[in-house]
Design a protein around this ligand. Structure first.
Ligand code: UT7
Length: 318
């Protein structure tokens, strides 16, 4: 499998930490020192699905392809406003892609989960060209009166086109562990007359410190395991693209590995945590900034609600 095209789209509205402190008991100082976030993008007038479509259109054009050459659409999202049709079906219709389309819920690690699924399709020769979109609309599921969560997230979409033009993925691993009540959001119970106990929807809630500890532990374990699976030394990795959840988590991992800062690019300061869009959004920025060279080795790692986590090592050959 090879990444043959990449694109992304973010909402126009920038929301700074100062803007948040005008209606929440928070401050730029707290958010910056505890998370590294300075601002995030939040959907206002645009439609979430339009962002996903725009990212997909850019990725297909970047691959030098047309929509009719896509054989499968996989969309990783946890926050689409649509329960049905799937976000992948909406993108399919909008871009007139004549392929099957499905969504996958891998929370913040969704990009890794979708890559693994795509890899299986390509290896089994069920598809040669796959459109993978990671899009999340976190501003829709957080409680904007809860300073412990709403300051952390942002909205974004990013997409890649995967083809069988190369054998660039050296290893992908996925892991799932018990989540308990650490990180959850819930739909309402609906109005079925057969349910006695009605429940209201629950906005995203998180036990920050527990999740922090879990994130650090899973990242350390996944990175060490994926390096072994790929048979490559950590020093040979040119870029570590880690889930952009907290700069302190990224720094901790970097220090544990004993590697220089320039291998750990980040954009959390500008976008916050964009859930499954986080890694491909960073990848797209690095690519367009000319920082990814053919032959570079990349290590991707993400964790999220589930608990899910994953990592992969790939050679960049776009
Ligand atoms: O992608 C999904 C995965 N999610 C994550 O990876 C998040 C992992 N967790 C974290 O990144 C951190 O735990 C947080 C950024 C969420 C919180 O940082 P922390 O250093 O663990 O802070 P804390 O939860 O221990 O809270 C410290 C204090 C508390 O006040 P008291 O009890 O000490 O008086 C909080 O109420 O900070 C308070 N606080 C805030 N103060 C100002 C919590 N949120 C805020 C806020 N502004 N936005």
């Amino acid at each position: 499998m090879r990444i043959s095209g990449i694109g992304s789209a973010v909402p126009r509205q920038i929301v700074t930490n100062e803007m948040l402190s005008s209606f929440l008991d928070t401050s730029d100082e707290w958010i910056t020192t505890r998370t590294g976030i300075k601002q995030r993008r939040v959907i206002t007038e645009e439609k979430f699905e339009q962002l996903a479509v725009e990212a997909a259109r850019k990725a297909i054009a970047d691959a030098g392809l047309t929509p009719d050459s896509i054989e499968l659409i996989v969309c990783s999202t946890t926050t689409s406003p649509f329960i049905t049709p799937s976000l992948a079906c909406i993108v399919r219709e909008s871009l007139q892609i004549p392929s099957p389309a499905m969504d996958l819920n891998g929370a913040c690690a969704g990009f890794l989960y979708a890559l693994d699924a795509a890899d299986a399709y390509i290896k089994s020769k069920k598809a040669k060209t796959i459109l993978l979109i990671s899009a999340d609309n976190m501003s829709r599921i957080v409680d904007w009166t809860d300073r412990r969560t709403c300051v952390l997230f942002g909205d974004a979409a990013a997409a890649v086109v995967l083809t069988d033009a190369g054998d660039d993925f050296r290893a992908i691993l996925l892991r799932t562990e018990d989540n308990g009540t650490c990180l959850l959001a819930k739909n309402s119970s609906g109005n079925s007359p057969f349910i006695k106990e009605k429940t209201e929807p629950i906005a995203l809630q998180m036990e920050g410190q527990k999740v922090f500890k879990h994130a650090v532990a899973s990242a350390q374990a996944d990175i060490s395991k994926v390096l072994k699976l790929a048979g490559i030394a950590k020093e040979k990795i040119n870029h570590f693209l880690l889930h952009q959840a907290n700069i302190r988590i990224i720094d901790f991992i970097r220090k544990t590995l004993g590697l220089p800062e320039n291998k750990f690019n980040h954009n959390i300061e500008r976008y916050g945590n964009t859930s499954s869009a986080s890694i491909p959004l960073l990848m797209d920025e690095l690519y367009h900034a000319g920082q990814l060279r053919r032959g570079d080795m990349l290590l991707l790692n993400a964790f999220g609600a589930g608990f899910v986590s994953g990592a992969c090592v790939l050679e960049w050959n776009k």
